[in-house]
Write a protein that binds this ligand. Structure first.
Ligand SMILES: [Ca+2]
Ligand SMILES: [Ca+2]
Ligand SMILES: [Ca+2]
Ligand SMILES: [Ca+2]
Length: 447
């Protein structure tokens, strides 16, 4: 008899109610840019694990009305660089797509059976992805960034797209798009109106010929590129348009909608310069405008901002959430209040972390305000561990937040994504790890 080999599906029993780890975090009301850290009231109490083979301390808390059930679906990644949620097999349920160092995989909802998309066909490391129907045949394809060598500013980085074959059990077919040194992030943006397919926007980390000796400020600035679809994406050629060539060490970008559906999307960029918006200007030109200071405490080292997303509150106000400085130790929110210097007001929510590495905004408790979800990659201390944290806005403006530790120590988070995986209307979270090499689902359940 064959032995059942399915070690992936380990269901963790999550902890509820009293194991609450919650901090009240308040950016001082008078805080301007570069304000000091938050005042903390109360103390973190770590939860206790009830079941599970790994020496972790998943808590599983808040915001109010939400408890988290943790399910680990893989622990055999080399480096889990990126995760996306999309319905790859068209059954109406979002699947989990993971970019691993040498592989791309998807985990099929609801069994989470792992399926191979590609292995060893790209220059290592694979690093980023975007999912959409590139060739318009009605089936989702995957745009993949690879050749990740962060400090090689001379030669490629690769960008390619992957198309499924007749059977989902076969490896997917690869079509090259372009090469650019230090390919690091890829996103989709509507640049030509709602009827046209999105463009592929590529953000390398470093500018060409920049160097460690020059703190990556020498050489050329980073080229943020947009690739519009060619007539036949299997053949190309893919011609890049340069949307910005002004910033340095662009660790991430986020896409936000334009003022109307006809207007091109905007990009938010996190870089050494802080937070910038890249937007269409007159005559088809693009401009880069700085809107947030970033952390400029240490101008000759890592500085600025590192991760970025925009969130919204039920009052209609927006906020921008970042990790600062580059690979930083601060969770920062910029409100939509713009000062006389043209910069948004900056609030430091949390400094008890090391290498924050993922930011997401989603309404997890259904009250209309989007919460902030942060993935932390490294351990700062036994008390401030890697994992997943949630911050909930308390004032409708984005100046005061509470913190909830969803997973303290269980995932060395490289990336995370949020979406409703089981169709119950509650938004779930998926995180992928580097040192922990795992994939975890956090199921959003009623308290
Ligand atoms: Ca599916
Ligand atoms: Ca397709
Ligand atoms: Ca909410
Ligand atoms: Ca759900």
């Amino acid at each position: 008899m064959r032995r059942e080999t399915c070690p992936m599906r380990i269901v963790w029993v999550a902890l509820l109610g009293p194991m609450l780890a919650e901090l009240m975090l308040a950016g001082p009301a008078s805080a301007g840019p570069m304000s000091a850290g938050p005042k903390m009231v109360g103390a973190v109490r770590a939860g206790t694990i009830l079941a599970g083979p790994m020496p972790t301390e998943p808590t599983s808390v808040g915001p109010k009305g939400v408890r988290w059930e943790v399910q680990e679906i893989a622990r055999d990644l080399s480096i889990g660089y990126a995760v996306a949620l999309a319905d790859l097999n068209g059954d109406g349920r979002s699947d989990i797509i993971v970019v691993d160092q040498h592989r791309v995989l998807w985990y099929e909802n609801p069994t989470w059976k792992p399926r191979l998309i590609l292995q060893g066909k790209t220059r290592p490391d694979n690093v980023c992805l975007a999912v959409f129907d590139v060739d318009g045949d009605g089936q989702l394809d995957i745009v993949l960034g690879a050749g990740w060598r962060p400090f090689n500013t001379e030669v490629g980085g690769t960008l390619q797209w992957l198309k499924r074959r007749a059977s989902l059990d076969e490896e997917w077919e690869l079509f090259p798009i372009a090469e650019e040194p230090s390919v690091h992030r890829v996103r989709l943006a509507r640049l030509d109106g709602p009827q046209r397919p999105p463009a592929i926007v590529l953000a390398p980390l470093m500018g060409r010929q920049s160097s460690a000796a020059g703190n990556w400020l020498d050489g050329r600035p980073v080229r943020i590129l947009a690739y519009r679809l060619p007539k036949d994406p299997r053949v190309g050629p893919w011609e890049p348009a340069v949307l910005s060539e002004e910033l340095h060490v662009v660790h991430n970008i986020a896409v936000t909608p334009g003022d109307s559906p006809e207007q091109p999307d905007r990009l938010l960029a996190a870089s050494y310069e802080g937070v910038s918006v890249v937007e269409a200007s007159d005559g088809g030109r693009w401009r880069t405008r700085r809107i947030g200071s970033g952390n400029q405490d240490n101008p000759k080292a890592s500085r600025g901002a590192s991760e970025i997303k925009q969130g919204k509150l039920k009052t209609g106000r927006t906020f921008i959430a970042t990790i600062e400085p580059w690979h930083g130790n601060q969770v920062v929110v910029y409100t939509d209040h713009v000062g006389e210097d043209g910069l948004r007001r900056r609030f430091v929510l949390d400094e008890q972390l090391r290498w924050g590495h993922a930011v997401w905004c989603a309404d997890l408790d259904g009250d209309g305000d989007e919460e902030l979800i942060i993935g932390v990659r490294d351990q700062l201390s036994e008390q401030a561990r890697s994992g997943v944290r949630i911050y909930k806005c308390q004032d409708g403006r984005g100046e005061r937040w509470t913190r909830h530790l969803v997973d303290a120590g269980g995932v060395a988070v490289e990336d995370l994504a949020a979406g409703d995986l089981d169709g119950d209307g509650r938004i779930d979270i998926v995180a992928v790890g580097r040192q922990s090499r795992n994939v975890r689902i956090y199921w959003n359940r009623p308290e």
